[in-house]
Write a protein that binds this ligand. Structure first.
Ligand code: BES
Ligand code: MN
Ligand code: ZN
Length: 498
């Protein structure tokens, strides 16, 4: 998809469709009003018929408007003006763009609803692009016959008021397009089933990402190499699988050569059956999404490379399957992690932390300025926060605040849970340095407590994305979260103009 921002009189611009937001009770935006005046109140006359109220989600197509260079005008509801927000704008625009994707129109021009503010323009264009990317996303690689739209949307432009708004909007277009690319990669990898998206496949895709890119180096550690590093915890999980585990390492050098990198560590569990502590079979298919943390690391790095962000980044993705097998972890087994700490595995289904702890210890060698790990780690996080916010836990308040603020700005939000020392007791083991589960209560927090024992060497934040990374039910599929949050965080860290 192509995006850009335009200046000029809407009625004079040649496009397949002018996309015009209308607030509830028929109020037009300034650009919408100017257009309607120029075309002799044709929009106002439609609104008078009251078929269309401006409620968010509504759309109304007008064909061949007189006095207008556009072939169509599509009205879409912006909802209540008082509760208008950039993310609300994106939500309202989505159904309009979904509809347009199915029409003969190959392009459209969206009139932005704000008058002056450059920051607001940046946000609205970012949200608009996110809606467009989501409208045209399809995952049909595994269907023998797919029926894509004959003339899908190829280009979405945005109409703004001023030159400075146009500049802000075009920055947003660059960033939005790159983030869209990253989200697409993350969704595609996550939607692929476990038999196709194995640790080896994930590693190959990471290597493809690095191909031909001077600033991005990708390496993949084998089980043998992990063995030599003493990654007994990670390897204990993959022992129950016929697919060899991989440790994927990406190094992006966009910043000054001496600047410490930000490290992203993502859980890449390509299928989680639970192991010997096997999961119930209902909806177990959804555990192919247990690699969404890893996929979001690849997606975020892809976006940063695309934007040529002036920052140094490291991505570490431990990848494995978790299956029952004669050689699999058994409850009560004790393993030794790369850090030297021993772990009593009381539940083989708490495997995410077992692969992450060794990946986190490995990350120390990059002397990172900050580490963010991303994992579909606990069902308890879905209970606590549902699908609205990712769970955020951190050993550094400033890092936590940065992530919270980035999430609020871009709409991909997280919510902080405490990591008080008092919770650590729940991990006491009679036989090893720690147990891999924390018993009843605060499951999301005790999982983070476990990880915190491997992150003492750096500033660290943990994102539990079990509730946000995919949708269940009829609209089952990966969401691409939290690529937007992570990229927003990195854009801010690298101080590029937004
Ligand atoms: N991948 C799961 C977490 C999960 C569950 C994500 C449901 C999304 C939806 C993780 O490996 C797991 O099984 N966690 C256990 C931990 C428990 C055994 C302490 C859980 O949440 O039940
Ligand atoms: Mn599990
Ligand atoms: Zn898991």
């Amino acid at each position: 998809m192509e995006y850009s921002c335009k200046l000029g009189a809407a009625e004079k611009i040649r496009t397949a469709c002018l996309v015009v937001g209308v607030y509830q009770n028929g109020h037009l935006t300034p650009l919408g009003q100017a257009l309607d005046t120029a075309i002799g109140d044709q929009i106002k006359r439609v609104l008078k018929r009251r078929d269309f109220s401006g409620e968010s989600g509504q759309t109304q197509m007008l064909y061949e408007p007189r006095g207008c260079a556009a072939v169509r005008i599509m009205l879409f509801g912006l909802g209540d003006k008082k509760s208008f927000s950039p993310s609300g704008f994106g939500r309202s625009l989505l159904p309009a763009l979904q509809l347009l994707d199915k029409t003969d129109a190959l392009n459209c021009l969206v009139l932005l609803p704000n008058e002056t503010d450059d920051d607001a323009t940046y946000r609205l264009v970012r949200e608009g692009i996110q809606a467009a990317e989501s409208a045209v996303y399809r995952f049909d690689q595994c269907k023998s016959e797919s029926t894509p739209p004959k003339r899908p949307l190829k280009r979405v432009d945005f109409l703004v008021h001023s030159r400075t708004q146009q500049n802000a909007g075009n920055r947003a277009a660059d960033h939005g397009r790159a983030i869209g690319l990253g989200i697409r990669l993350t969704k595609d990898l996550a939607n692929l089933p476990g038999n196709l998206c194995t640790p080896t496949y994930l590693a190959e895709r990471a290597q493809v990402l690095g191909r031909g890119k001077r600033k991005l180096k990708v390496s993949v550690l084998t089980e043998k190499q992990m063995q030599n590093l003493g990654m007994g915890s990670l390897l204990s999980v993959s022992r129950g699988s016929r697919q060899p585990a991989k440790l994927i390492v990406l190094e992006y050098r966009g910043g000054r050569s001496r600047a410490k990198p930000v490290a992203l560590v993502g859980k890449g569990l390509t299928f989680d059956a639970g192991g010997i502590s096997i999961k119930p079979s209902a909806n177990m298919d959804e555990m192919k999404y247990d690699m969404c943390g890893g996929a979001s690391v690849l997606g975020t790095i892809a976006a940063c490379v695309e934007m040529d962000l002036p920052i140094n980044l490291v991505g570490v993705v431990p990848s494995s399957e978790n299956l029952p097998d004669g050689d699999a972890n058994k409850p009560g087994d004790i393993v030794t992690s790369m850090s030297g700490q021993t772990i009593e595995i009381l539940n083989t289904d708490a495997e995410g932390r077992l692969i992450l702890c060794d990946a986190l210890t490995y990350t120390e060698r990059f002397e990172p300025a900050a580490v963010v790990d991303i994992a579909t780690l606990t069902g308890a996080c879905i209970v606590a926060l549902g699908d609205q916010a990712s769970g955020l836990m951190a050993n550094d308040d400033q890092l936590a605040d940065e992530l919270l603020a980035a999430g609020t700005a871009c709409g991909d939000r997280s919510w902080r849970l405490p990591l008080w020392d008092e919770y650590q007791r729940q991990l006491d083991s009679n036989f090893a340095d720690m147990a891999n589960i924390g018993g009843k209560g605060a499951g999301t927090i005790t999982a983070a407590c476990f990880l915190s024992r491997f992150t003492k060497a750096f500033k660290w934040a943990h994102l539990d994305i079990a509730g946000t990374a995919w949708n269940s039910g009829v609209k089952k599929g990966a969401t691409g979260r939290p690529v937007t949050l992570l990229t927003e965080f990195l854009l801010r860290r690298s101080k590029v103009k937004m």
